[in-house]
Design a protein around this ligand. Sequence first.
Ligand SMILES: NC(=O)c1ccc[n+]([C@@H]2O[C@H](COP(=O)([O-])OP(=O)(O)OC[C@H]3O[C@@H](n4cnc5c(N)ncnc54)[C@H](OP(=O)(O)O)[C@@H]3O)[C@@H](O)[C@H]2O)c1
Length: 344
Amino acid sequence: MNSCKIAVVGATGAVGQVFLDIAEQRNFPIDEIRLCASTRSVGKKLRFKSQEVAVELCTPEVLDEVDFAFISASGDVSREMAPLAAKHGTVAIDDSSAFRMDVDVPLVVPEVNADDLSNHKGIVAIPNCSTTPLVMVLNPLRKKSSIKRVVVDTFQSVTGTGTAALIEMKHQSKAVLDDNPITTKEYPHQIAFNVLPHIEPFQENGYTREEMKMLYETQKILHDSNILVSATCVRVPVAVSHSEAIHIEFQDPITPSEVTEILENKPGIRIVDDPFSDVYPMPIDAAGGDDVLVGRIRKDISHPNGIAMWVVCDNLRKGAALNAIQIAEEMMKRDVVSESNWRK
Ligand SMILES: NC(=O)c1ccc[n+]([C@@H]2O[C@H](COP(=O)([O-])OP(=O)(O)OC[C@H]3O[C@@H](n4cnc5c(N)ncnc54)[C@H](OP(=O)(O)O)[C@@H]3O)[C@@H](O)[C@H]2O)c1
């Protein structure tokens, strides 16, 4: 397949808007585009390339007429629309967590486990925006020595929650600077000038759902249920890009220069690591770019086989929209999009 018809469900949202930019920048081969959102946005015109496209509801007719439905709306919308798309022979590439752990749904980062795309049954899931950069660095490294345990602390931007959270952070920041009262809606506490060690609901074991996703999704993508991951996910008052402090315990000793050498030529990874010249990955540098930035690579002094590093990635691009487009590109290359090639 050389070109395709697509529907973008959630086209007015934070991920949807970035999706349209990236599709244009990469010249993703689109014959026809349908833009869908909620009833609030129906009729609104969005720009794609030089065209104005009217927003519509995502109906079975729309899903029937396209090859791919890129769904970035909410878990509920995905639960309804993704199976409907598959039923109509359309591949749903889904950004929500609704199907990620479903055994029939590949959970894919193309640089890591593109081969899993051959087993799709109409739905492909995109990992959580904090899991993607983690597996991008773990995968090449585990070929040098198997990974026993990972401790990861994330510093996640407000656009990980969506457009409304970004607006709330801006309003709160202005209110704080002007000495005005704060209102909160998107988070349980003020996010401006604050950090919240709380992303998604708390579970019985004291971790949050976001933190447990980092364990389960990493194991699924890497096909390795022996890798243990303990995460603490923290929301920070940053607009775009998630940062992660990652501590990896390997089976055998591995040096920081070996880590750099392994990662520096990997697609989608850029080493930004000269701390004595104040050079390290930062959210403002990752935002708007496609690469996962890796720096502060050092020996973990608390373990003989340990490595510590600092990783930053644009959550809306590689964490969501870019990964979705790369999945579609890979599926077209592998010729696994047409219904006749996957409906068995
Ligand atoms: N943000 C990230 O970094 C990130 C990363 C990975 C995955 N995701 C996932 O991507 C999804 C979207 O996130 P977001 O940050 O883009 O959220 P967002 O900014 O809040 O946008 C939500 C989008 O969904 C649309 N929508 C709401 N109800 C709908 C319905 N019934 N039918 C069709 N569209 C509907 C909204 O349309 P209206 O404008 O009409 O309300 C809007 O376009 C979520 O599942 C999220 O978990 C996000």
